[in-house]
Design a protein around this ligand. Structure first.
Ligand code: HEC
Ligand code: HEC
Ligand code: HEC
Ligand code: HEC
Ligand code: HEC
Length: 447
C-alpha cells in the first residue's frame, strides 16, 4: 500500500516538475545549478564543443556588440521607461538563457564571469523538451526547458556513460531554431522572422530545414567512444563568417547596347540572385544589417565614375537608396543626450541601392533599437532564390574618350551600419565591409 502511494506521489511530482513553462513564464523557474557546464560535455564531445566555442552561439552574451547594445541602450532605456523592463529582461531569454531561467536579470556584466556568459549552451539546447507558443510560430524563447539527465537529440537508442539520450523530432525541425530566431517586440512587431521567411520560401517546401545549411552532416564520431556515423556539425555560421556571406548572392550585369555614341546614354541591367540562403538576406538582426550595390565605370584613360541606381518608384523607396540624412535619434534617450539629432543613416556612397527593411520608431524615424520599433518599413531584401533586377542609366560625360568603358558592380554587406558602430564605440569588425559578390561588363564608346 505504502509503495503504491509512493509510486503515485512520484508521478504527481514528475507531472508538476514538467509543467510546461516557456517564454516569460519560465523566468526564474530553474537555477544555474540545474544546468551542466559546456566543459562537462567537452570531455567526450570534443569537436562539437570546439565548433560551438567558435560560433556566435557561445558568445551570445559576451560578444562586444551584444554587451554594448544591452548595457548601453536597452538597460538604460528600461530604466527611463519602466514598461520596457519585461521586454529588456527578455533579451536574456535568448542571449543568456541560463540567467533568465535562473531569474538572474539583469545579469552581471560579462567581465564578472557569471554563468550568464555560457550563452546558448549545450545543456540549454539539449534539455529543451517541447515548444510552447501562443502563436502559429515558435518565438520569444518559447522552448520548454527541462534540465536533467536526459539529453535529447535526433538519434534513437544511443548509449552514453554520462547521460540518458532520447530522440525528439523537434531537434530536426526549423521550429526548434524558431524559438529564438523569431522575435515579436512589445509593439507586436516581428523584429526577427528568419523561420517565418524560411517557411514562406522554397526550402521549407523541399524539406530543407536550417540544419542542412548551418549544422551540415559529415561522416565521423560525435563523441570519443562513439561509432562513426553522419554527425551534425555545430557550425552555426552566419553573418560573422565572411565565407558564409560571400557568394550568397550572385550578380550578373549587361549593357542594353554594346556600342554607344560619345554623347549617348548607357543602360546597365543587373541581376541579383539569392542562391544560397534559406531566408531573406539580410535576415535576423535586420535593423542593423545592410547589403548595398555599388556600380562604377572606368574609361580608356582610367577616369572613374560612380553610377547611382535608377529609382523604381515604389513606396518607401527612399530607405533603399543611400543618402546622407540623419536617423536613429531614439538612441538619445538611453544615451541621455537631449535633442539628439541622430547619426548618418547609411554611411555608404549616396545613390547606391540598399537591400534592407527599415525599422521605424513610434515617431516614424528609423531605429536600430528593435524593442522600440512601432512598425516596419518597406521590405526590400532579397528572398530565398529570388532574383531582383536593378538598372543604372548613365549619360556619358561630355569629355569621355572614345574606346572601352569597363563597369564594375560590387555587392557589399555590413553587419552594423558604420555611423551607429562609430557612435556607440562598437569594435570595427562589426562594421567591416564584406564583399558578397562582384560582376563586370563593358561598352565601346565611338565618335
Ligand atoms: C562521458 C562521455 C560523455 C559526456 C561527458 C557527455 N556525453 Fe553526450 N554522448 C556520449 C556518447 C558516448 C553518446 C552516444 C554517441 C553515439 O553513440 O553516437 C552521446 C550522445 C549525446 C547526444 C545525442 C543524443 C541523440 O539522441 O541524438 C547528445 C545530444 C549529447 N550526447 C549531449 C551531451 C551534452 C549536452 C553533454 C554535456 C552536458 C554531454 N553529452 C556529455 C558521451 C558523453
Ligand atoms: C542551438 C542549440 C544547440 C546547441 C547550443 C548545441 N546543440 Fe547539439 N544539437 C542541436 C541540434 C538541433 C542537433 C540535431 C542536429 C540534426 O540532427 O540535424 C544536435 C545534435 C547533437 C549531437 C548529435 C550529433 C549527431 O548528429 O550525431 C550531439 C552529440 C550534440 N548535439 C552535442 C552538443 C554539445 C556537446 C554541445 C555544446 C558544445 C551542443 N550540442 C550544442 C542543437 C544544439
Ligand atoms: C536558445 C536560443 C537559440 C536557439 C534554440 C537557436 N539559436 Fe541561433 N542564435 C541565438 C542567439 C542569441 C544568437 C546570436 C548570437 C549573437 O549574439 O551574435 C544566435 C546566432 C545564430 C547564428 C549566427 C548568426 C551570425 O550572426 O553569425 C546562426 C547561424 C544560428 N544562430 C543558427 C541557428 C540554428 C540553425 C538553430 C537551430 C538548429 C538555432 N540557431 C537555434 C539563439 C538561439
Ligand atoms: C539553403 C541554406 C540555408 C538555409 C535552409 C538556412 N540558412 Fe541561414 N544562412 C544561409 C546563408 C548562406 C547565410 C549567409 C547570408 C546571410 O547572412 O543571410 C545565412 C545566414 C543566417 C543567419 C545570419 C544572418 C544575419 O544577417 O545575421 C542566421 C541567424 C541564420 N542564417 C539562421 C537560419 C535559420 C534559423 C534557418 C532556418 C529557419 C536558416 N538560417 C536556414 C543559408 C541557409
Ligand atoms: C527571441 C530571441 C531573442 C530576443 C528576445 C532578443 N534577441 Fe538579440 N538576437 C537573437 C538572435 C537569434 C540573434 C542573431 C540574429 C542574426 O545573427 O542576425 C540576435 C542578435 C542580436 C544582436 C546582434 C549581434 C551581432 O553580433 O550582430 C544584438 C546586439 C542583440 N541581438 C541584442 C539584443 C537585445 C538588446 C535584446 C533585448 C532588447 C535582444 N537582442 C532580444 C535573438 C534574440
Amino acid at each position: 500500500m505504502k509503495w503504491i502511494f509512493l509510486a503515485c506521489l512520484v508521478v504527481v511530482v514528475r507531472v508538476n516538475a514538467q509543467e510546461l513553462l516557456s517564454g516569460e513564464k519560465a523566468l526564474g523557474s530553474q537555477s544555474y545549478d540545474d544546468f551542466e557546464k559546456p566543459e562537462a560535455c567537452y570531455s567526450c564531445h570534443v569537436d562539437i564543443y570546439m565548433q560551438w566555442r567558435q560560433a556566435m552561439m557561445s558568445q551570445s552574451y559576451t560578444h562586444h556588440w551584444d554587451e554594448i547594445e544591452y548595457f548601453d541602450l536597452a538597460v538604460p532605456h528600461a530604466e527611463k521607461v519602466p514598461d520596457l523592463k519585461g521586454p529588456v529582461d527578455g533579451c536574456n531569454g535568448c542571449h543568456a538563457p541560463l540567467a533568465y531561467l535562473a531569474g538572474d536579470v539583469t545579469p552581471p556584466r560579462p567581465s564578472e564571469g557569471s554563468r550568464a556568459n555560457e550563452g546558448v549552451s549545450c545543456d540549454l539546447c539539449h534539455t529543451i523538451s517541447a515548444i510552447k507558443s501562443d502563436d502559429r510560430y515558435p518565438y520569444n524563447f518559447s522552448y520548454v526547458s527541462t534540465p536533467g539527465r536526459i539529453k535529447y537529440g535526433t538519434k534513437e537508442g544511443l548509449e552514453s556513460p554520462h547521460h540518458v539520450t532520447q530522440k525528439l523530432d523537434i531537434y530536426g525541425q526549423a521550429e526548434f531554431c524558431a524559438n529564438c530566431h523569431n522575435e515579436k517586440n512589445p509593439f507586436g512587431v516581428w523584429v526577427k522572422s528568419t523561420q517565418i521567411e524560411w517557411l514562406e520560401g522554397p526550402y521549407s517546401k523541399e524539406g530543407v530545414p536550417c540544419h542542412q545549411c548551418h549544422m551540415p552532416k559529415a561522416w565521423g564520431q560525435n563523441a570519443k567512444m562513439a561509432q562513426e556515423d553522419m554527425v551534425a556539425q555545430h557550425l552555426f555560421h552566419g553573418a560573422h563568417d565572411p565565407g558564409k556571406v560571400g557568394g550568397s548572392i550572385e550578380i550578373r550585369m549587361h549593357p542594353t547596347e554594346r556600342e554607344v555614341e560619345y554623347d549617348g546614354t548607357v543602360e546597365l541591367k543587373l541581376q541579383l540572385f539569392n542562391g544560397k540562403a534559406g531566408h531573406k538576406i539580410p535576415t535576423g538582426s535586420v535593423e542593423d544589417r545592410i547589403l548595398w550595390l555599388h556600380v562604377t565605370a572606368v574609361d580608356q584613360e582610367g577616369n572613374e565614375y560612380h553610377l547611382p541606381v535608377d529609382p523604381k518608384g515604389f513606396d518607401g523607396e527612399e530607405y533603399t537608396i543611400a543618402s546622407d540624412e540623419l536617423a536613429y535619434r531614439d538612441m538619445g534617450l538611453p544615451k541621455g543626450i537631449a535633442n539628439f539629432k541622430g547619426v548618418a543613416r547609411d554611411g555608404v556612397p549616396v545613390g547606391d541601392r540598399i537591400f534592407r527593411m527599415p525599422y521605424l520608431d513610434p515617431d516614424g524615424f528609423m531605429t536600430i533599437m528593435q524593442w522600440n520599433t512601432a512598425r516596419l518599413g518597406v521590405d526590400y531584401r532579397i528572398g530565398p532564390r529570388e532574383t531582383k533586377i536593378e538598372t543604372c542609366t548613365w549619360e556619358l560625360p561630355d569629355d569621355i574618350p572614345p574606346g572601352k568603358v569597363t563597369f564594375k558592380a560590387v555587392l557589399n554587406y555590413q553587419k552594423l551600419v558604420k555611423p551607429v558602430a562609430d557612435f556607440l564605440g562598437v569594435p570595427a569588425d562589426e562594421s567591416e565591409i564584406m564583399v558578397v559578390n562582384t560582376a563586370e561588363t563593358w561598352i565601346e564608346v565611338y565618335e
